[in-house]
Design a protein around this ligand. Sequence first.
Ligand code: 5CA
Length: 166
Amino acid sequence: MSDAAADLPDAVRRVEIAALAKALPFRVVRTELIARTAEEAAKAVSAEVGQIVKSLVFRGAESGRAYLLLVSGANRVDQALVAGAIGEALERPDADFVREHTGFAIGGVAPLGASSPLPVFMDEDLFGFDAVWAAAGTPYHVFETTPRDLGAATDAVMIRVRAAGA
Ligand code: 5CA
């Protein structure tokens, strides 16, 4: 890992600006290993996989709108359960939809800094950790934060994303 203050990609700058606007402390780290998935990110920053924030885009089956779910890397999303909290059924969109609605490519989707605003929901299990790591715009950029700061900066609604015991 190394700090990368200079020559940040545009996507990372966008996350940085969004973080600044929300007074979220933001110190981006460029990983040496690629971190496209939660497992890869956990290895890259030597964290538990549960501490990695997956930023997952879903599409509302009725409205067609995009939703962002911030999910612990240890959890699988129970779509029916989450649909109940959001108020409509959900579909997994393709990579083009993700880019169109967030400005990020899959593997680098960040919890904030999307190119157009979208509702954010956050996995309550993330609160089981003092520190969490999230993507910062590319599969090589991450930042560390606290669940509380992340929830506040993204105006997230806290939800349970996995069925009890799952
Ligand atoms: N940088 C890492 C750790 S922060 C990261 O972005 N992980 S992630 O979980 O937020 O993003 C990877 C997710 O993208 C996968 O879990 C998967 O749900 C989704 N994904 C991967 N390929 C596709 C695809 N072709 N279409 C739609 N979603 C995809």
